[in-house]
Write a protein that binds this ligand. Sequence first.
Ligand SMILES: Cc1cc2nc3c(=O)[nH]c(=O)nc-3n(C[C@H](O)[C@H](O)[C@H](O)COP(=O)(O)OP(=O)(O)OC[C@H]3O[C@@H](n4cnc5c(N)ncnc54)[C@H](O)[C@@H]3O)c2cc1C
Length: 433
Amino acid sequence: MSEIIEAAVVGAGMFGSAAAKHLSRAGVDVLVIGPAEPEAGASTSQHAFGAHFDEARITRRLGWDPVWGALDARSQDRFRDIEAESGIDFFHECGSLVLMARSIDHRTTAILRQCAAESIDVDRLSEQELRIEFPEFACLPMTGGVEGLLERKQAGYLNPRRLVQAQMTIAEAAGARLLRAAVTAVEKDERSGLWHLKVQADGQTRQIRAEKVLIATGAFTNENNVLPAGHRLALHAFTEPNLLFEVADGQLDQMRHLPTVVTVDPEDTGDENMSLYLLPPIQYPDGKWYMRIGPGMQPFVEELHTVDEMVGWYARQQVTPRQTASLTAMMRLLVPSLGPVAVRGAGCIIEKTPSRYPYIGHLADDPGITVAVGGNGHGARGSDEIGRLAASVLLGLPWDCPVPVETFAPLLQSAETRAGGRPAFLKPPFGLC
Ligand SMILES: Cc1cc2nc3c(=O)[nH]c(=O)nc-3n(C[C@H](O)[C@H](O)[C@H](O)COP(=O)(O)OP(=O)(O)OC[C@H]3O[C@@H](n4cnc5c(N)ncnc54)[C@H](O)[C@@H]3O)c2cc1C
C-alpha cells in the first residue's frame, strides 16, 4: 500500500468501527487497522485484546450524569437504524433495572429529573414493588434500603461483537477498508506533514502513510506505541473480573425474562461494597446459557501497571480467589434461588480517566492526530456517538454535541506520583457501569 490514506483509524474495536462508519459516510477514504479477535486463549499479542470480545454489554438511556447520559441516549436512539442498515442485529430490549441505595435519594431524584427532561420513560419502584415484579431478586444490603429505576423499553443489552461487525459492515459499504494488522509505531514526518504508521501482519512489517490518524486502541493505548514518542495519556487500566453462572435448563424460563441490573451502593466499604452489574441468561458461543456478574470498583478490582500484567491477565482468563469469593457472595445475595450447573471466571480490562469521561480530541493540539479512548468501563452503549464525535473532530467540523468539547479533552499523564491508594476519582460511588 504505497498510496496516501486520508484517514487511518487504529483499532477496529467499538470506538474505531463507529468512527470509521461516520468518516466513510462523510466521503473520507478510510483505512481501519486492527487485528481480528484471537481464538480463545490462543493469543499473547498485546495488540489483539479488546474489551468488546463478549456477548453482552448493558445498555440504557438513563444516565448517572448528564455527560454519559447524552452519549448513551444519542447512540442508543440509532441502534435500530444500525441494525436495519447493516442487516446485523445486536440490541436486546429486555429492560434495565438500576437499584439505588435509598441513602442517595438526591441522586435518584436528579437522575429522574434528567430522564424527564429527555423523555426517557422510567418507573421508580419501591422495595415492595420490586419484590412483586421480580421475585427472583432479593433485596441487597445497601444503606437505607433499596429502590429501583426500571426502563422497560429501549434498554437491555447489546452484543458488542455484533455491534462492531455491524459498524464495519456499514463502513465498508461506504468505502472504508479494513486491514487485519497491528500498528507498532506512529510518527509524524514533519517535512510532509504526513503520518507514518508501522504496521505488522503475518510476521511482515510495512509502512502506511496517512494525512490524519485516529487512535482508538482502548486500554492498551499507552502500551502499544500508537501515540507519538513522548506522549502518554492519563489512563488507568484495571482488571474487570466477571463470573459466568451456567443456568440449568430447568431455571432458564424463569430467569430469561429478567432485565439487566446495575446497583449503586454509595458506601466505600471495601470489598463488601454492593455495587455490581448482572446480565440475564445469555447464550454464549459454546451453546450454554450464562448469567454474568461483575463488580463496581471494589478494592479487589486491581490496577494493572505494566503491559506484562495486562497481557497476563487477559491471556490467563482466571479471576483471583478473592474476586471469586466476592462475586459469588454478591450473586447469592441478589439471586438466591439460582442453582448454577457450573461457574467460570472471565477476565477483561477497563480503563479509567481522571475526568471519568472518554477522551475525544486532538492529541497535544495537533489537528492531524485525534484520540477516542477511555470507555471507563461503560463505553459500549455510547460508542456510536463517541465515534461520531471523534470523526467530526478529525474532520474539523463544528462541535454539535450539547456537552462542551472541553469535557472530552485528552489529558496527558503527569509525572505526579500517587501515594496512599486510589485517588478520589477511582473510588465509589462509581455510578452506573
Ligand atoms: C467485563 C466488561 C464489562 C463491560 N460492561 C459494559 C457495559 O455493561 N456497558 C457498556 O456500555 N460498556 C461496558 N464495558 C466497556 C466497553 O466494553 C468498553 O468501554 C468498550 O469496548 C471500549 O471500546 P474501545 O473501542 O475503546 O476499546 P476496545 O473495544 O477494546 O477496542 C480496542 C481495539 O484496539 C485494538 N488495538 C489495540 N492496540 C492496537 C494496535 N497497536 N494496532 C491496531 N489495533 C490495536 C484492539 O485489538 C481492540 O480491538 C465493559 C467492559 C468490560 C471489560
